[in-house]
Design a protein around this ligand. Structure first.
Ligand SMILES: Cc1cc2nc3c(=O)[nH]c(=O)nc-3n(C[C@H](O)[C@H](O)[C@H](O)COP(=O)(O)OP(=O)(O)OC[C@H]3O[C@@H](n4cnc5c(N)ncnc54)[C@H](O)[C@@H]3O)c2cc1C
Length: 438
């Protein structure tokens, strides 16, 4: 049986994290006007991932994986939240630096008066579930590092927005125990200089693997970008090659590849992604992560057993800020009682079914990978929440930028996108001021 899930007036909602997901969750839930929203942020500023931390050894639990020279890999013209365009007043380029994105998030926060909802330097240590007068509540234990004090507060709902780029996924590569060269995860990559004149093997050719390979090649003697989709070694430019994936590591920096060829390297850089991690959810929350799938979540968002707990930003390979916006508008509509949820059993069964299907194809770990399916997902949420829909122009620009990023990983950021409407053709792309829209 479907459930209309209405939280009463004046309910208290805790949001964990003041990155992009936590900020838009705070805005959309506060804007309903019925809920008391409080955001807990471990750091002393907003922005999460977009805060560049040069020295990770001195920071607390949250460590940003941002690197010094990073520029966005998506055009800023499509990156912004729905009510706050990321326009040229922030930066003229379509692919600005991380600092510009951070400035955007700070402006967003000021513009919508979100600062008053955020408690900085408050690290959420524990969340546990309890039953009170027949309703589920959440006890949130916070450590306030300014006052050096622990507090416990009770909430009617909890929105988890702690990000998922802090716990590196380290693959088990045979030989890594005796490999005598440094093995570093991209999470700790900050600048190319330490790789000067070195022979570097990079494992993984996702966005970070490709981007970092091109950065490092400016100073390294050689960069070998190893990944599963490459069958034979190919030279990409003078000191950058693409290679099959790594099979095992030997002593003295020898790396064996899937095509049985070898590399001699000075350092191995793992660009192998991250794992979901919710160290503050205790067992009473009944949340687990198996093979990089968060369970049990309905629509990758709402705890299927206890819908007053939700997770914003789980999907990967997406247009993040707009998708977080759609998720939290939908969440607000659910908590306000405007959208029905299926019964708990139905929500659990739906996720289980989707996972079983992927398991049968051997790709369960890609459950939260969206890519093409993000458009239908966002449009469905927009429809349910009765909000603005995602425009065809945004989708077209995303797809065009992705295509060109793949084709020209070093040049794609020179392009400038202009969107002037919502239709599929209402955008242009310029290169050296020449219109190159297909
Ligand atoms: C290298 C890299 C490049 C990227 N490039 C792009 C790009 O070009 N365009 C784009 O749109 N997206 C990009 N992304 C994706 C980016 O991560 C998202 O856009 C977005 O910033 C994620 O926001 P979030 O709020 O989910 O997580 P985060 O930004 O990670 O924020 C999580 C927040 O939660 C806080 N927190 C965590 N645990 C606790 C706790 N226990 N108590 C209190 N606070 C806590 C953290 O301090 C942090 O502030 C990139 C990501 C990476 C890693």
């Amino acid at each position: 049986m479907a459930q209309r899930f209405q939280l009463g007036d004046n309910v208290k909602i805790a949001i964990i994290g003041a990155g992009a997901a936590g900020l838009i969750a705070a805005k959309n839930l506060r804007d309903i006007g019925l809920f008391q929203v409080e955001v807990f942020e471990e750091l002393d500023s907003v922005g999460g991932t977009w805060i560049y931390q040069e020295d990770l050894s001195t920071t607390g639990y949250f460590q940003s994986s941002m690197y010094r020279d990073l520029h966005t890999n998506l055009p800023k013209e499509i990156m912004g939240f729905l009510d706050f365009p990321f326009d040229d007043s922030f930066d003229a380029s379509s692919f600005p630096s991380h600092q510009v994105v951070l400035n955007y998030l700070v402006s967003f926060c000021r513009n919508f008066r979100l600062y008053e909802l955020i408690r900085f330097r408050c690290f959420v240590r524990n969340i546990s579930k309890l039953e009170e007068n027949g309703s589920i509540r959440w006890d949130v234990t916070i450590y306030d590092s300014r006052r050096q004090q622990e507090d416990k507060k009770r909430y009617d709902a909890v929105v988890v927005c702690n990000g998922h780029y802090t716990k590196p996924f380290i693959p088990k590569i045979p030989g890594s125990d005796w490999f005598s060269r440094p093995i570093i995860h991209s999470h700790f990559y900050k600048t190319p200089e330490p790789f000067c004149k070195l022979r570097v093997a990079v494992l993984g050719a996702g966005n970070s693997g490709v981007d970092i390979s091109y950065e490092i090649r400016r100073v390294a003697s050689k960069v070998s970008l190893c990944h599963r989709k490459c069958a034979v070694r190919k030279t990409l430019s003078d000191n950058l090659e693409e290679c099959p994936t790594i099979e095992y590591l030997d002593k003295d920096g020898k790396v064996y590849l899937a095509d049985k060829s070898t590399l001699q390297v000075d350092v191995l850089l793992l660009c192998t992604g991250y794992e979901y991690d919710f160290p503050f959810l205790d067992s009473s929350c009944e949340v687990s992560v198996q093979d990089n799938v968060v369970f049990p979540v309905y629509r990758h968002l709402i705890h299927a057993k206890y819908p007053t707990m939700s997770f914003v930003g789980l999907p990967i390979r997406i247009l993040p800020f707009p998708l977080f916006d759609y998720q939290t508008r939908y969440l607000a509509a659910v908590y306000r009682g405007r959208c029905e949820l299926p019964s708990c059993d139905k929500m659990l069964a739906e996720q289980q079914q989707q996972i079983s299907l992927l398991e049968s194809k051997g790709c369960k770990k890609y459950y939260h990978f969206f890519a093409d399916k993000q458009w239908e997902y966002c449009r469905e949420l927009a429809d349910l929440a009765d909000g603005p829909t995602l425009s065809c122009a945004v989708q077209q620009v995303y797809e065009d930028a992705a295509k060109f990023r793949k084709k020209e990983p070093e040049k794609y950021r020179r392009r400038k996108y202009v969107i002037y409407g919502k239709g599929p053709k209402d955008w242009r792309v310029f290169e050296n001021q020449v219109d190159v829209t297909l």
